[in-house]
Ligand binder design. Structure first.
Ligand SMILES: Cc1cn([C@H]2C[C@H](O)[C@@H](COP(=O)(O)OP(=O)(O)OP(=O)(O)O)O2)c(=O)[nH]c1=O
Length: 212
């Protein structure tokens, strides 16, 4: 986890939550919490450079998406996130073509890389600005081009950072991972739950302390 800063204040305004993301994976993961939310996609251009610091890049992009939507919905909580893959000092974002996707998978094969996700929660009227970051490590099997062909038949790599999705077809390419699985999918739920609990959108799930 990296970079925590937050504040919240009580008002009588009813709480509304917006997910600032077009990602179906983030929608599905947040939906699993059982709290109502809407989706508004931010009209921003993300900063994506191969030589960027991945920690700063995902934090910047998550904040960019959340801030854009929060400025237009100042009465709502807005959650933004950004995910990237990092190997050998290089950021691997979404591939622009199947050829680039193939090159990314060849590069990741047989190696361990890091997945970074930045999460930002905003509420303009309540002065809430919370920024969090999570990393996980993923080790790929050593596979050949025939495996990449099979993988592309089950997974669309083009909308995914690093050209893969841990949630589908992982038996073909992934050996093991360390850390949050949902971080690798695009929204680390452990930290997301913690943030939403902090601002009162989610009930504290910790069992009450035993009384003597
Ligand atoms: C590494 C990895 C990434 N991904 C996805 C998560 C993200 O959707 C995507 C990274 O791109 P992002 O820019 O983080 O997200 P997005 O463009 O899909 O959605 P938005 O910006 O509107 O929030 O890669 C997986 O689904 N599985 C994986 O294993």
């Amino acid at each position: 986890m990296f970079g925590v800063e937050g504040a919240s204040s009580e008002t009588t305004e009813p709480s509304r939550l917006i997910l600032a993301s077009a990602s179906p994976r983030r929608r599905e993961l947040l939906g699993g919490l059982g709290i109502p939310f809407e989706v508004v996609v931010a009209g921003v251009t993300e900063h994506e450079a191969e030589d960027a610091d991945p920690r700063l890049m995902v934090a910047h992009n998550a904040a960019l998406k959340a801030d854009w939507v929060a400025a237009r919905h100042p009465e709502a909580f807005v959650l933004g996130a950004d995910t990237t893959v990092f190997l050998d000092s290089t950021v691997l974002n979404k591939p622009a073509s199947l050829l680039e996707a193939r090159r990314m998978l060849r590069r990741l094969a047989g190696r361990t890389h890091t997945v970074f996700t930045g999460v930002a929660l905003r509420h303009v009227h309540r002065g809430v600005r919370i920024d969090e970051g999570v990393t996980s490590e993923v080790t790929f099997q050593a596979f050949d081009d025939a495996t990449i062909d099979r993988y592309f038949q089950v997974v669309n790599p083009l909308d995914k950072a690093g050209a893969y999705g841990i949630q589908e077809g992982r038996e073909l390419i992934i050996d093991r991972w360390n850390g949050s699985f949902t971080n690798i999918m695009g929204l680390p739920m452990e930290v997301t739950k913690q943030i939403l609990t902090q601002v009162g959108l989610l009930a504290d799930s910790k069992p009450p302390a035993a009384s003597k």
